[in-house]
Design a protein around this ligand. Structure first.
Ligand SMILES: Nc1ncnc2c1ncn2[C@@H]1O[C@H](COP(=O)(O)OP(=O)(O)OP(=O)(O)O)[C@@H](O)[C@H]1O
Length: 208
């Protein structure tokens, strides 16, 4: 599903990650590693928002660099600490992403309802707490018909009820639409994972 070849990401002269070849089959993956090892770097590169040397593709067919629009429509991402324009409302962000991701009608209603965001979704983002912003960013990452969803530290700032909703979304998307997930977290995940990807020693290994 996700293929990485001759990948290298450096900040200045410091190489953070170097991956010769990694072909990841469909599934739900827990991305683990100590602070500063490169988990966010890996997810941001795979999401197409961070420049890197090398090649990342979906199944060797849809290349991030050669088919950037198609790739980004199929690979969704939520940042660890989302930052959005303060003056927009949650609803406006949802409309924007739904249009870019060609989301089916009413998909955003399901996400807003199930994550209990109705009370504030029409308010400007300047009024949101960090948990409210986190829930919105996760909802945005579930819009459209992606093949892959990358969630960077999805558990942080989420209350216990919201966490259960998130786990339900992940299980539904994986079971019903065969969506693959990459979930970086320092805490164990309360959902069944296919494999663990460990980020250490400037590279990534699959543990299975
Ligand atoms: N914009 C940047 N400029 C310079 N160095 C950076 C930049 N972003 C990240 N780094 C460095 O790259 C390394 C990997 O950072 P990254 O954020 O990917 O780690 P992480 O595994 O997600 O960490 P954490 O678990 O603490 O969130 C760190 O050493 C960090 O200092």
């Amino acid at each position: 599903m996700l293929q990485i070849r001759n990948f290298r990401k450096a900040y200045g002269r410091f190489t953070v990650l170097s991956i010769d070849e990694l072909a990841i089959k469909p599934g739900v993956f827990w991305v683990r590693g100590a602070n500063g090892t490169g988990k966010s770097t890996l997810l941001k590169a795979a999401a197409g928002i961070l420049d890197f040397d090398g090649e990342i593709s979906l199944g060797g067919k849809i290349s991030l660099k050669k088919d950037p629009v198609e790739y980004r429509r199929r690979v969704n991402f939520a940042e660890a600490e989302p930052v959005f324009p303060d003056f927009l409302t949650g609803k406006e962000m949802l409309h924007l992403f739904a249009s870019a991701k060609r989301a089916p009608a009413r998909q955003q209603d399901y996400l807003v309802d199930s994550m209990h965001m109705n009370a504030y979704v029409n308010e400007p983002l300047s009024t949101y707490s960090s948990g409210m912003l986190k829930k919105l960013s996760l909802a945005l990452a579930f819009l459209g018909k992606p093949d892959v969803i990358l969630l960077d530290e999805p558990l942080i700032t989420m209350d216990t009820v919201s966490l259960q909703v998130l786990y339900r979304w992940i299980e539904e998307k994986h079971r019903d639409e065969s969506v693959s997930f990459f979930l970086s977290s320092h805490q164990p995940l309360e959902t069944q994972v296919t494999d663990t990807l460990t980020v250490e020693n400037q590279t990534v290994t699959a543990n299975a």
